[in-house]
Write a protein that binds this ligand. Structure first.
Ligand code: FES
Ligand code: FES
Length: 158
């Protein structure tokens, strides 16, 4: 099968990647861009482990054909820390014990970031709605919601 060129900005870096036309955005991130933070869970858009931010919106990258992200801007978990300092969400997940096996964590944090980028003072219901598509088999969600609330507070103070 032939290949196609995908122009895409990932974590601020413009890239041109030669990809299979049938590749998902998750395939491209993991196999072409070397970014393995977004995880393959269900592969069907149901678990959220593969969540990244595409043009400001949290998306399930496993079901998004990569060519649909032509000229788009993608943020992944790898782009969150700056100058060696963790993003408030990453720090809050650690501080609040919101990570156990960690498989859901990159997707969970990217869904939360998409929320906080638009709303630094979300209600508990808004937080739950934002992570509604992210499944965690370990934590029971309480600590995750607490961590997102704490990160929102830090973000507001900045
Ligand atoms: S791996 Fe994409 S939603 Fe489950
Ligand atoms: S921490 Fe294990 S699935 Fe969420």
């Amino acid at each position: 099968m032939g290949t196609q060129i995908l122009r895409i900005k990932i974590n601020g870096q413009p890239l041109q990647l030669e990809i299979s036309p049938s590749a998902s955005l998750l395939d491209v991130l993991r196999e072409h861009a070397g970014l393995t933070g977004a995880k393959l869970g269900c592969g069907r858009g149901e678990c959220g482990a593969c969540t990244v931010i595409l043009n400001g919106k949290a998306v399930a990258s496993c079901i998004l054909p990569a060519m649909e992200a032509m000229d788009a801007s993608v943020e992944t978990i790898e782009g969150l820390s700056k100058d060696g300092e963790l993003h408030p969400l990453q720090q809050a997940f650690i501080d609040h014990g919101a990570v156990q096996c960690g498989y859901c964590t990159p997707g969970m944090i990217m869904s939360a970031k998409a929320l906080l980028d638009k709303n630094t003072n979300p209600s508990e219901d808004e937080i739950k709605e934002a992570i509604g598509g992210n499944l965690c088999r370990c934590t029971g969600y309480v600590k995750i919601v607490e961590a997102i609330k704490a990160a929102a507070e830090v973000t507001r103070e900045r």
